[in-house]
Design a protein around this ligand. Structure first.
Ligand code: HEC
Length: 127
């Protein structure tokens, strides 16, 4: 019984690791945001969207909701491998990060947006 408990405890620790194991890379998030997200925004009526236009709480809520362009599509779509593959011929960042797992890239972008938020460590513009 004791062994079983130890085993269960060890399993629980191992299972809880993946969520914490990834250390987001805000610099990679910045490259992706500026090269992929911003390059589309500037070509649209919406124009560039500065990270510093929202607070950290607003960005966290926005990413959590995952409703992009007033709910017409999702942010996950624009971070996904299939989307990167579809634009990589003409987009260096999409090509460079073609094989990055979606969840990691999303964490990177989140780290950049929180850092660059109005009340973040380093309020940032998008270019
Ligand atoms: C292919 C074009 C395109 C790409 C790529 C794109 N967006 Fe957008 N985005 C838009 C358009 C168009 C709007 C404005 C929608 C409107 O106002 O109806 C928008 C709006 C937004 C807004 C304002 C709030 C909202 O959702 O309406 C945010 C924030 C945003 N995008 C973040 C991102 C992020 C982060 C990425 C990259 C992971 C990204 N976008 C990639 C086209 C794009």
């Amino acid at each position: 019984m004791k062994t079983l408990h130890t085993l269960l405890a060890a399993t629980a620790i191992v299972l809880s690791l993946p969520a914490q194991a990834y250390d987001a890379d805000w610099k990679r998030g910045r490259i992706y945001y500026r090269s992929v997200c911003t390059s589309c925004h500037v070509a649209m009526p919406v124009g560039s969207i500065n990270p510093s236009s929202k607070t950290q709480a607003e960005w966290a809520a926005y990413l959590q909701a995952d409703k992009h362009a007033k709910g017409k599509d999702t942010l996950k779509h624009y971070v996904s491998k299939p989307y990167r593959a579809s634009i990589k011929a003409g987009n260096k960042a999409a090509e460079k990060f073609a094989d990055t797992p979606d969840a990691e890239l999303l964490e990177d972008i989140k780290a950049f947006l929180l850092k660059g938020a109005k009340d973040g460590d380093a309020p940032a513009s998008c270019s």
